[in-house]
Write a protein that binds this ligand. Sequence first.
Ligand code: CTP
Ligand code: CA
Length: 224
Amino acid sequence: IEAALGAGPLAGRRVLVTSGPTHEPIDPVRYIANRSSGAQGAAVARALAELGAEVVFVTGPAEVPPPLGVQVVRVETAQQMLEAVQAALPVEAAVFAAAVADWRVAQASDRKLKKSRDGLPVLEFAENPDILKTVARMEEGRPALVVGFAAETDDVIAHARAKRERKGCDWIVANDVSPETGIMGGDENAVVLITEEGVEEWPRMGKEEVARWLAARIAAALGA
Ligand code: CTP
Ligand code: CA
């Protein structure tokens, strides 16, 4: 309701959220992708919009529909996602919740590959652009707050800290998906927020609640 009235702590603040998987074509009928419903990204975008933000929602082909009240930009591939993100700048905060495919097929075929006498196809891969890293390391026009997500196992905090450094982002929202947490495929998340100041362990909660906590933290960080 606040958002509908143009109110809320993030009123007039422009933010960006990436979401969903990317699809990297092999040929006109096949692709490689990460498993991602797009639920977490959609929840983050919704929570930011509910605080009044003007949200640009750049999404790959997700299972869940985009939230209402956001500006939706649909893409397929990581390269398209990077271009859409760059076109959406400047923003005050950017949250990268997409499960971007790390690799694409170097030479996608414009003809359907056929089962053939010549044996199995051999796919050659090329590395996709790292969208989060590209934005986090911008020298001009970098969003004031850049947030990445990471699903990790084992030493979650060490992995997430290293990832934060490597990417150059401000925060990493790390989800502990070690088998013993029972998180993977479940309804709850075990989130650790890694910032410059340190490590915050959040209580176990659902994706919607993670999104609301994160949106509130973003509003506070932007001084809203
Ligand atoms: N990300 C991105 N572009 C990519 C890969 C990842 O924007 N090409 C973002 C994701 O949206 C996420 C963060 O980077 O916010 C971390 O993604 P992750 O896959 O955990 O990081 P990688 O550097 O790809 O490391 P890994 O080898 O663990 O997959
Ligand atoms: Ca990856």
